[in-house]
Design a binder for this molecule. Sequence first.
Ligand SMILES: NC(=O)c1ccc[n+]([C@@H]2O[C@H](COP(=O)([O-])OP(=O)(O)OC[C@H]3O[C@@H](n4cnc5c(N)ncnc54)[C@H](O)[C@@H]3O)[C@@H](O)[C@H]2O)c1
Length: 136
Amino acid sequence: MHRVTGKVALVTGAASNPGIGSATAERLAQEGAKVFLTDIDLEGAERIATAIRLTDGDATALKHDVTSEADWDRVVTEVLLKHGRIDVLVNNAGIAVLGKMLELGAESERGHQRSATRRASAARRPRLEAHRAFRS
Ligand SMILES: NC(=O)c1ccc[n+]([C@@H]2O[C@H](COP(=O)([O-])OP(=O)(O)OC[C@H]3O[C@@H](n4cnc5c(N)ncnc54)[C@H](O)[C@@H]3O)[C@@H](O)[C@H]2O)c1
């Protein structure tokens, strides 16, 4: 089955192996997508991208901290320069602070909220950037 042949996909947090991001990237590539694997761990993302290419998939690894606006600009620009669009965004990268509720401080709670807000606003960025790119 090649359900996403030719689609351009960006998967964040794709370095961890095993991990949800890497598994998603591998599956998208098997289904025919051109996949961009991004992560703060570039080496890890490169390892997954190389494995995908070895099975004839189309995969590119990029360094990307999803909490950085500048990184989003650079990554989205790079994908748009290469393919002119982003069809699929898997906004997977996230930070989980685990522990007992009473032992986690207020700062950790604020960190969670900041992370969630950034992820929500980050999810809109590629579409906005892509839209802008098509208008110009
Ligand atoms: N695994 C679970 O059971 C589970 C359950 C609920 C939610 N989640 C969420 O799903 C997502 C993936 O889960 P997982 O188990 O594959 O996680 P994981 O920890 O195995 O992988 C997370 C990946 O995100 C990367 N990352 C961390 N911070 C980043 C940042 N600022 N910018 C870019 N990349 C960053 C890490 O380098 C890593 O490669 C996470 O957001 C996690 O919170 C997972």
